[in-house]
Design a protein around this ligand. Structure first.
Ligand SMILES: [Zn+2]
Length: 411
């Protein structure tokens, strides 16, 4: 995850540990959780949510209760509690019924002054209390080396979990390059469809992820079966469904990252600006068959991944209002109000795959608003017979065993 903070980009990188967490560190995690939950309760009572306010009202009491805890850790417990309180307040204001926040899982966060990481050896020195430190040896792969060895990245906070740690790496946001070409993508349920424009040439692009919908459907069915089977035991049913959901999330996430990487690699090599539709306010049209929220989140998530990875690499991303993009003719600007099939046909003679037509409109909107640098685009130059495929699922993670995923859509 990359979060923008005053032009600073932050990326959390997960490291596993070479051996189990030492018992001193486990006790520290338990103490930390206790401190967080106590601070949440105190914050609710005093109606405060900021870390500093929490420090003011409860630090002294906590110091007494946790006399041996390193004070930096105590302050970061207030920070974690403050975030939980802010989320809680937001939910309450929205009118969502929710329980009082309570941190169940063992975790702790240490700010960058509160730990040391030797970036050569991958050893973390974590103070527990005065005179007591533990060393955590990280498992370092090639992927991790890229972050550890990059001197332009500074260290942010450290999150410790029983079996892994997350190190935040920070850097100044790189200035996006000036685009020499554009990659405009219309986001659909099973693919990104679009057009790549470079010089006078324009080609169709397809990035397919139909597996995502298949996975969603499969897990949706499985959850429904579980609910039926465990109808007499709501607690078990809920737990099993939650586990199903986590599994689904993980599998989809993994595929979306592959998809995003293929798009970004292409954009980086060709110095392309990426044009996407702004999904804000868009509602999925499928209602009963698949839960609405379910079918839209992978697309939102995919945009999120593309955007933050692009930001990290300095690739310009342009978001445009998709209104009428699938119904407008890019040649004569007529808008069609009737339903259409997979092909967009206009009275003026223009016809094209509906999704690719939409991406052309997105690109034209971006150009007309001056958001794509000095790029020009002539829809007449579009090559109907060429289709570039950036991503085919067979290259990705384990595919769904239903036979359809091996077919790559070549138009
Ligand atoms: Zn037309």
């Amino acid at each position: 995850m990359v979060i923008v903070k005053d032009e600073m980009l932050v990326k959390g990188v997960v490291f596993y540990l070479e051996s189990d967490l030492p018992s001193e560190a486990m006790f520290l995690l338990e103490d930390f959780r206790l401190a967080v939950n106590n601070a949440i309760r105190a914050g609710l009572q005093a109606r405060v949510t900021s870390r500093n306010a929490l420090v003011k009202i409860v630090y002294k009491d906590f110091r007494r209760e946790h006399p041996r805890m390193y004070s930096q850790h105590l302050v970061s417990a207030f920070e974690v509690a403050g975030n939980a309180l802010k989320n809680h307040r937001r939910r309450v204001r929205k009118g969502v019924t929710c329980r009082i926040p309570y941190v169940k899982r063992l975790m702790m966060k240490a700010e960058n002054q509160a730990y040391k990481l030797d970036r050569e050896s991958g050893v973390i020195d974590l103070p527990i209390r005065a005179g007591c430190h533990v060393e955590l040896k990280l498992v370092v792969s090639q992927y991790h080396r890229e972050y550890l060895g990059d001197v332009s990245l500074s260290l942010g906070s450290l999150t410790i979990l029983p079996n892994r740690v997350v190190v935040a790496f920070r850097k100044d946001a790189p200035k996006p390059f000036v685009p020499e070409s554009a990659l405009s993508l219309d986001t659909n349920e099973r693919s990104l469809d679009g057009v790549f424009v470079e010089g006078d040439a324009a080609k169709a692009i397809e990035v397919e992820f139909r597996e995502v919908a298949i996975i969603q459907q499969r897990h949706h069915d499985r959850r429904r079966r579980l609910q039926k089977k465990k109808a007499h035991d709501r607690r078990t049913s809920r737990n099993l469904c939650r586990r199903e959901g986590a599994r689904e999330h993980h599998r989809i996430d993994c595929r979306l990252h592959h998809v995003a990487n293929s798009v970004l690699k292409f954009a980086e090599e060709r110095k392309s600006a990426i044009v996407l539709e702004d999904l804000k306010g868009i509602r999925s049209k499928r209602s009963k068959e698949l839960n609405r929220r379910l079918s839209l989140w992978p697309r939102r998530k995919l945009h999120q991944i593309i955007e933050y990875k692009a930001q990290w690499k300095g690739i310009p991303v342009v978001k445009v209002d998709p209104r009428n993009s699938s119904r407008t003719c890019p040649i004569c600007r007529r808008i069609q109000y009737s339903r259409m099939g997979t092909e967009f046909k206009c009275e003026c003679g223009w016809h094209l795959d509906r999704h690719i037509n939409a991406s052309i409109n997105l690109l034209q909107t971006a150009i007309s608003k001056g958001m794509a640098g000095g790029l020009r685009f002539n829809p007449g130059a579009f090559q109907h017979d060429v289709m570039m495929i950036l991503y085919a699922p067979s290259r990705g993670a384990r595919s769904e065993p239903n036979g359809t995923s091996s077919i790559v859509g070549v138009a």
